[in-house]
Ligand binder design. Structure first.
Ligand SMILES: *[C@@H]1O[C@H](CO)[C@@H](O)[C@H](O)[C@H]1NC(C)=O
Ligand SMILES: *[C@@H]1O[C@H](CO)[C@@H](O)[C@H](O)[C@H]1NC(C)=O
Ligand SMILES: *[C@@H]1O[C@H](CO)[C@@H](O)[C@H](O)[C@H]1NC(C)=O
Ligand SMILES: *[C@@H]1O[C@H](CO)[C@@H](O)[C@H](O)[C@H]1NC(C)=O
Length: 365
């Protein structure tokens, strides 16, 4: 059954990959003079990624039924999720309070800026949440949506803020050659588009450890050698290092702010909680108590930290891994259009709203 649900999830992820439409694009300028200094100095001195989930009846931040934009993979409420307690948790950092998300303030501070999200379907998941959060804040603001073969662009015209989504499962390239699809650990050709943005939010991991029909490549090219396969953690490290070198070579820190969103954890294996079967996830309705996950961080997150530490230009780790691990209750489970078990993505409204609240802090701090 565990295997079957894994397969269903893989199918689901494949589906998301095919239909990923590109999304919000942003063209805004943010002025640090607009910062609310009280909030800023308080947040600056504390690690906002360390804390606990607390019940807060004033949540969620918006009514998901009123959001015109939730994809059917993430719209848990619409697809019958019976409980709503999971919507009522607020992230509470240990050492400080964080400001509530203020969509109007977000758009004003980022006026004229382009924000691009680059990554896999968990990035799409985050973008869906951000669009709902902004819609709830400025429901009458005119939105222009554009799409081309590489990315989608959602512009809040009154603010000149574009939020763009560039889907890339590996960041590095996959090219179709005579022998088949080749994952090229040393090649990243899309950077020209990325470097014109004001804010870049990257992530990758989900696809690096996939096998069988869901791995999306036939060969790996590493240092001029074509291989049938290799240790996936090594491959991930190499691919991410190619990205890190790109940041050091091409990003102009005076223009572009770079963030790397930490690993979005899955909950297929919840043995750390004394439960082995992912179908039980459906019955999870509350976060984990405390501030760490019983089985520790996913191994790939150490690679992320390692590689980021080699980058000389300023790159911020947008470190949502642990706080997301605590949210075993926040996945769609079977409450999506497929009725397929999804322990990878997250309900919207839900956990990604907190990612965006923290993004708001990271961008305005
Ligand atoms: C959410 O919005 C829907 C549709 O607009 C409405 O029917 C429902 O009552 C709202 N729920 C809450 C809790 O406000
Ligand atoms: C996004 O759309 C806006 C509004 O049409 C446009 O002005 C902007 O150039 C677009 N940005 C990109 C990168 O395509
Ligand atoms: C990668 O996948 C294999 C099996 O598909 C699994 O045993 C292993 O734990 C995974 N590795 C990581 C780092 O997730
Ligand atoms: C843990 O959760 C339970 C409810 O599930 C609650 O009663 C208890 O206070 C929590 N403990 C801590 C330390 O937060």
């Amino acid at each position: 059954m565990g295997f079957v649900t894994q397969r269903l999830c893989s199918i689901l992820v494949t589906f998301l990959n095919f239909f990923s439409c590109l999304c919000v694009a942003n063209s805004g300028q943010y002025h640090s003079s607009h910062l609310k200094l009280g909030i800023q100095s308080q947040v600056k001195s504390c690690n906002v990624y360390e804390g606990t989930w607390v019940f807060d009846d004033s949540y969620p931040l918006y009514n998901s039924s009123a959001c015109p934009h939730i994809r059917k993979e993430f719209d848990c409420h619409y697809y019958g999720r019976p409980d709503s307690l999971y919507l009522k948790y607020r992230w509470q950092p240990k050492e400080c309070d964080i400001p509530r998300f203020d969509g109007q303030d977000f758009l004003q501070r980022l006026k004229g800026k382009k924000i691009m999200f680059i990554g896999d379907s968990t990035t799409l998941n985050q973008r869906e949440s951000l669009v709902c959060m902004l819609h709830a804040a400025v429901p009458d603001s005119k939105i222009i949506e554009e799409k081309n073969s590489l990315y989608s662009n959602t512009t809040y015209e009154d603010y000149g803020v574009s939020i763009l989504l560039f889907t890339s499962n590996f960041l590095v390239d996959i090219e179709v050659e005579k022998i088949g699809r080749v994952l090229k650990l040393d090649s990243m050709k899309n950077g020209n588009i990325w470097k014109d943005m004001d804010v870049l939010v990257f992530n990758t991991w989900l696809w690096w450890n996939r096998t069988g029909p869901f791995k999306h490549w036939d060969y790996i090219e590493d240092g001029g050698k074509v291989l049938e396969d290799m240790d996936r953690m090594d491959a991930f490290r190499k691919g991410l290092t190619t990205w890190a070198k790109w940041v050091d070579t091409y990003v102009d820190p005076g223009k572009t702010k770079v963030l790397y969103r930490g690993i979005s954890p899955t909950h297929y294996d919840v043995t750390g909680l004394g439960k082995a079967r992912s179908d039980k996830l459906r019955k999870e309705t509350t976060p984990i108590n405390g501030s760490t996950y019983p089985t520790g961080l996913p191994p790939a997150s150490y690679i992320v930290k390692d590689v980021l530490s080699t980058i000389k230009k300023p790159v911020q780790l947008f470190d949502i891994t642990t706080l997301s691990q605590l949210r075993k209750d926040a996945h769609p489970a079977a409450y999506n259009v497929f009725k397929g078990m999804d322990c990878t993505h997250w309900c919207v409204a839900g956990l990604p709203d907190t990612w965006n609240q923290l993004l708001y802090i990271a961008l305005t701090n």
